[in-house]
Ligand binder design. Structure first.
Ligand SMILES: Cc1ncc(COP(=O)(O)O)c(C=O)c1O
Length: 371
């Protein structure tokens, strides 16, 4: 039996990142300074909108919610099938995450179910761009406008994805990204928030630095202010120069990462369709972060074990949040039948720019032989 060593996901780094970090170390200013300002400018050019950098995607979600005025007593509609970061970020503001179903095809939020869960306390919806795919964004924004909800997009999986000719992040209310080690681009850890709302933006820039007024501007000028005022709750969520130096280098490499991710996803699609259930994505538009398939629930764990025996790591995105102890008792309706059915059938297959086409063919062969 052939055994390989195939990772589920990984950081893809080279001498360029090492050189960039070395430059910051030699400069001996590691905190938030000119490298963060440079990376923010590069990203603002990429999205054609102002970008605020922070130190994780979770921090991005938390700050976005807080600065949009979401807090104690409010409710945020969010799909249960997402990383716990979304639920924790909502809870951190004092608001309640309201767990919704997903559309079984796209695995993005089920608007009809969200509609059933609206209450006078509903203040925002957090659509997750699951696996890089965004579902029907027009329907989400229509729903939000009709119901007077803020939209906090979690685009952690969707860096580079295009929807109707527009890059995700280049339009919409508030859009958050993660740049942790395995995302479509990484800054080591990292996150960003994009919005045109000037009031929210001003709050964000201060709140990432403990809400010390205008501290972003001072740090970009290389100045430390000692005399200042603080009017709002803030956090130490700013990005460091070390992270930004990695991020700038990764952004330059993004066209190659994008091409490789899309090519591998198309190969999976070609080899596995219709053997297993795949998210119906157009990989000329979607830049996939993960490759998720669904198989018969009775076969799922066995297939994962066979792949493991061949040295192929697999994952499961995600255990639904309404099944976690912290959130279980928080939900009025504790069963989400569609989500639970999907959860029992999910497998995440390896996907990263260092994966070879031959590895994808190897993985697909094992799957087809063991269904
Ligand atoms: C869907 C989703 N949201 C939020 C996050 C949180 O991002 P971070 O790990 O940068 O805090 C992640 C990270 O894995 C994610 O996958």
């Amino acid at each position: 039996m052939e055994i390989r060593n195939i990772k589920l996901s990984k950081s893809v780094l080279g001498p360029e990142e090492i050189e960039a970090v070395t430059g910051v170390l030699k400069n001996e200013y590691l905190g938030m300074g000119k490298y963060v300002q440079k990376f923010e400018t590069e990203l603002s050019d990429f999205f054609k909108r102002d970008v605020t950098l922070v130190n994780t995607g979770t921090a991005a979600l938390h700050l976005a919610l807080q600065c949009a005025g979401i807090g104690l007593g409010d409710e945020v509609l969010v799909q249960s099938l997402t990383y716990v970061a979304c639920f924790q970020a909502i809870l951190a503001t004092g608001a309640k995450p309201v767990a919704c179903e997903v559309n079984p095809q796209t695995l993005t939020i089920d608007i009809e179910d969200a509609g059933n869960k609206l209450t006078p306390h509903s203040k925002a919806i957090m659509p997750i761009h699951y696996a890089g795919n965004v579902g029907d964004m027009d329907a989400i924004y229509d729903f939000a406008h009709k119901n007077n909800l803020r939209v906090i997009e979690d685009a952690s999986h969707a860096f580079g994805t295009v929807y109707k000719d527009n890059r995700i992040g280049s339009f919409g209310d508030i859009c958050c990204f993660s740049m942790d080690g395995i995302k479509n681009i990484t800054s080591g850890e990292g996150g960003m928030i994009i919005t045109d709302d000037l009031k929210v933006r001003k709050l964000l820039k201060d709140a990432r630095l403990l809400s010390v007024e205008n501290d972003t501007e001072s740090r970009f000028l290389g100045i430390r202010t000692w005399e200042f005022d603080v009017k709002y709750q803030g956090w130490r969520y700013h990005m460091s120069n070390i992270m930004a130096a990695i991020g700038s280098t990764q952004l330059e490499k993004f066209p190659a990462f994008k091409e490789k991710r899309q090519m591998l996803a198309k190969l999976y699609q070609r080899e596995l369709n219709p053997w297993v259930e795949l998210i119906p994505c157009n990989y000329d538009e979607v830049v996939p972060h993960i490759m998720v398939i669904r198989v018969n629930a009775a076969k799922r764990d066995e297939l994962k074990a066979v792949l493991q025996d061949h040295g192929v790591a697999t994952g499961m995105h995600y255990k639904p949040n309404h099944l976690l102890t912290l959130f279980r008792n928080n939900q009025n309706n504790s069963t989400l039948k569609k989500t639970e059915d999907i959860y029992n059938r999910l497998i995440t297959l390896p996907l990263h720019p260092d994966l070879s086409e031959d590895d994808v063919l190897f993985i697909c062969r094992i799957i087809k032989e063991n269904l």
